[in-house]
Design a protein around this ligand. Structure first.
Ligand SMILES: Cc1ncc(COP(=O)(O)O)c(C=O)c1O
Length: 359
């Protein structure tokens, strides 16, 4: 009897390097693989119940704790009553008024001309980056940028459009790569605002200087900076550059915002090109309306007097954590935003330290 085709597919996929790595190492020691943890309950002050024990969650990306804010809960309930559970169509057909209201409020908070809400940062990257370049252009990606930017680069390559990468957020390296990529009409340089793995802030001013000298715009994935860096949490770009000249920003509505989705802040003239050229916008379902109501509520909170105490609590927690880690003699990268990376050496040592952290 012939083997079922899906079995054959599973056989071949099980031989891929990533699955082999997972099955040989991490799967045999599930206590080390954070993503297999099941939260049985969630309590106040970032407590979670794992295997019957209450522990503190140091890995939450609800950076300001707004996931537990009663006003955010109330906005979601209000949105549910007003709109039901979902939009019912892709945005190419129609959008609830809550969508435009949230986009307007986000633009006003950010001091940007317009914002476009996508269902996630992943889908913003997958939609907007291929939308921004044509066969006359080039996409240049920071090697350390988030996986979803690299996936977007594969989509761009699939359309037969030129791409390149540059290392270590290095302006000289970016200069070299842009020069080598000529001829092009314009280039898009895609970077993380804060590197998601290390917490290191990308030197945006130096990179924009180079980009502008070479007919390039910056595209900043600021998932970790949104709501955190700069005045009223407006993000890494305004904090570092002071304006959006030749710069597009994608922010997260899921992390500090504790809602759902992402926004892309851009000049008004780019709105229609982005809408009609972004696959996820045309063909995909949008953020559910109750969460859009919550986004507007969070913007009000960020714009209020309450922002500073919320932000201070995060700084205090981070300072306490970093001081403790330093007392233990650990090497720390990042830490100026919400992500700190602790260097524990090669893989074996890393797994051992994760194991220690779980006992
Ligand atoms: C820099 C960066 N980009 C994109 C993402 C993906 O975001 P989303 O969950 O909204 O797709 C993350 C998630 O952690 C991230 O850190």
């Amino acid at each position: 009897m012939t083997l079922d085709l899906l079995d054959r597919m599973a056989d071949s996929l099980e031989h891929s390097p990533l699955v082999r790595f997972y099955e040989s190492g991490l799967c045999s020691r599930p206590e080390l693989f954070l993503k297999l943890l099941t939260m049985e309950a969630v309590g106040p002050d970032r407590q979670v119940k794992l295997n019957g024990r209450w522990v503190i969650n140091f890995g939450s990306d609800s950076f300001l704790g707004l996931d537990q804010d009663p006003r955010v809960h109330e906005a979601i309930r209000r949105g549910l009553e007003r709109w039901g559970t979902h939009n019912g169509t892709s945005r190419a057909f129609s959008s609830v008024a809550a969508n435009f209201e949230a986009e307007r409020k986000l633009a006003s908070w950010l001091k940007a001309e317009t914002t476009l809400i996508y269902p996630s940062v992943t889908l913003a990257n997958h939609g907007a980056l291929p939308a921004l370049v044509t066969h006359h252009d080039v996409l240049v990606v920071q090697r350390e940028a988030h996986h979803t930017i690299h996936e977007a680069m594969c989509l761009v390559q699939g359309h037969g459009i030129k791409t390149a990468t540059f290392d270590n957020s290095d302006p000289d390296e970016l200069t070299r790569v842009l020069k080598e990529s000529r001829p092009y009409r314009h280039a898009v340089v895609a970077v993380d605002g804060i590197e998601s793995m290390t917490g290191v802030v990308t030197p945006l001013a130096a990179l924009r200087f180079v980009a502008e000298a070479h007919d390039a715009v910056l595209y900043v994935d600021d998932a970790h900076g949104t709501g955190i860096l700069g005045e009223r949490g407006r993000g890494t770009v305004l904090d570092a550059l002071g304006d959006y000249r030749n710069t597009l920003v994608v922010g997260s509505l899921s992390k500090a915002f504790s809602c759902f989705g992402a926004f892309l802040a851009s000049p008004a003239r780019l709105r229609i090109p982005l809408e009609v050229r972004s696959g996820p916008f045309i063909f995909g379902g949008p953020v559910p309306p109750p969460y859009l109501e919550a986004v507007s509520t969070v913007v009000d909170i960020l714009n209020s007097e309450e922002y500073e105490p919320l932000r201070k609590r995060l700084t205090d927690n981070m300072t306490q954590f970093l001081a403790g880690a330093r007392r233990l003699g650990l090497t720390i990268l990042g830490g100026s935003g919400t992500v700190a990376s602790i260097a524990v050496g090669p893989e074996e040592g890393t797994l051992r330290e994760i194991g220690r952290a779980h006992v």
